[in-house]
Design a protein around this ligand. Sequence first.
Ligand code: ADP
Ligand code: MG
Length: 258
Amino acid sequence: MFSISDLNVYHGDTHALRGINLTVKEHRFTALIGPNGSGKSTLLGAIAGNVLPKKGSIFLDSKSVSSYPKREFARLVSFLPQRTHTPTGISVRELLVQGRFPWRTWLGKWSNKDEEAVRRAASLCEVEALLDRPLSALSGGQLQRAWIAMTLAQDAPIILLDEPTTYLDVANQLSLLDLLAMLRDAGRTVVAILHDLNQAAQYAEELVMMRDGEIVAEGATLRVFTDHNIENVFGVRSRMLEDTVTGGVICIPSSLET
Ligand code: ADP
Ligand code: MG
């Protein structure tokens, strides 16, 4: 899977990633957590081949990410960046069709396999009834589901998502996380940036905790989801309670003043 060593990335003068070493495990759900500006998006973007390292390497299996032909890489890895803009004048169906680009040849015909992938992705993300709607006529939550459906239509075994739950209400957040867990159970590898610590701890079995461009703690959630690490990363104290239903741990952050 991904193997990252001594990764250093700059944005202008900002040293955004400082010597990152990380192995992303296959068939796992890994969550990246950390405060704003800690380098999460830069790291995910670098893994997706969208951000050029100044120093260090990122390998996918035995090949450097930067050496993959674009389409070959996109058959293996689908990446949903943090949304910056929504294309106007296209329908949900047209958005999902764009997800099929790595599988289509130049001037290639739309195949049954393409159609099947779009239908499956639309069904998983519950956007079937919206396929003919223009993106401009969707609610925030529907639009986010459409983007995720496009990512799934790409049919890659590795799925990278930058803050996929951010625009969703809590019910839609949970149904998305359930979907990602289901995809992981079906053999995919999921890496997502999540803001809700308890959701990250509940759904991801691997956590990567970042601060100031560095990894402060990483590994099995059961081991690294501790008050000590949370204070180290976010600068807030927290009480850790046992969830008697799941056997997991719930974090209740509290102000440093109390
Ligand atoms: P996060 O996703 O954890 O909020 P980012 O990876 O977006 O963090 O940003 C890491 C650091 O790099 C921050 O200091 C941010 O201001 C800076 N940065 C990110 N993108 C750019 C950019 N395009 N140009 C300049 N600085 C950037
Ligand atoms: Mg970010």
